[in-house]
Design a protein around this ligand. Structure first.
Ligand code: PXP
Length: 253
């Protein structure tokens, strides 16, 4: 296993299941991918059980919980069905994400500020079961304050807009993530980030000192076609660790 810094890497294996489901059957196996991710230096495994089960299945979740030593971050919509599944399996963490049936991927962050009363009991029930709850939100201070107010210990900042932006817009999106990560630390929230990260975009996010975990999937699985999954994860890990080490050397705490 590669050396680990203060920044954790969660490998999202959803799209191994996407490829499997394109033909049905059992190949390629997302649980095998999770084992390889562990060997390659991942600190956790992330899997999103969608309402339509388009990639990860209920059986995959059962196997990830029982067969994989790494902590599982269970991505879930805020529904009673998903709450019951989370409470049955008790993964290490649950990340509540918005989910629309027609979207290709999780397109934006969760609306927490406008749904505090609906989300508060779910955050409470997951927390009471010993599951570390995070809310997947845009880099928006209002959403951070709302997350804090309903008792979520963790937020994950959506990095999709930053990764998709070009030119000066990318800098502006990065500045929003930096400001949100600083605000998270100031109000006592643990801060994660993810979505759309690739080799060319990970460094700037990894350099933000208050972010302690990145969750990355689609790019890693795509790159694995060319270099293999372990190599793809090792390279990501190296880029993250280098960016964090450089930032820490330049701005010691
Ligand atoms: N974090 C969350 C909350 C997500 O929903 C996703 C996508 O499922 C990711 C991270 C990983 O995004 P990507 O697959 O684009 O790396």
């Amino acid at each position: 296993m590669t050396a680990k810094g203060a920044l954790r890497l969660g490998v999202n294996i959803d799209h191994v299941a996407t490829i499997r489901n394109a033909r049905g059957g059992i190949h390629p196996d997302p649980v095998r991918a999770a084992r390889l991710a562990e060997q390659a230096g991942a600190d956790g495994i992330t899997a999103h059980l969608r309402e339509d089960r388009r990639h990860i299945s209920d059986h995959d979740i059962e196997r990830l919980v029982s067969e994989i030593a790494l902590p599982l971050n269970f991505e879930m919509a805020a529904t009673d069905e998903m709450l019951a599944i989370a409470l049955r399996h008790r993964p290490h963490a649950a990340c509540i994400v918005p989910e629309k049936r027609e979207e290709r991927t999780t397109e934006g962050g969760l609306e927490v500020a406008g749904a505090m009363e609906a989300l508060r009991p779910m955050v409470g029930r997951l927390g009471d079961a010993g599951i570390r709850v995070s809310l997947f939100i845009e880099a928006d201070l209002r959403q951070l304050d709302a997350a804090r107010a309903i008792g979520a210990p963790v937020v994950e900042l959506h990095t999709g807009a930053y990764c998709d932006a070009v030119g000066a817009d990318r800098g502006r999106e990065l500045a929003r993530i930096q400001a949100a990560a600083a605000h998270a630390a100031a109000i006592g929230l643990e801060c994660h980030a993810g979505h759309g990260l690739a080799f060319d975009t990970v460094g700037a996010v990894a350099a933000i000192p208050s972010i302690v975990e990145l969750n990355i999937g689609h790019f890693l699985v795509g790159e694995a076609i060319f270099v293999g999954l372990e190599q793809s994860i090792c390279m990501m890990r190296t880029l993250m660790d280098q960016a964090r080490a450089t930032a820490t050397a330049n701005h010691p705490a």
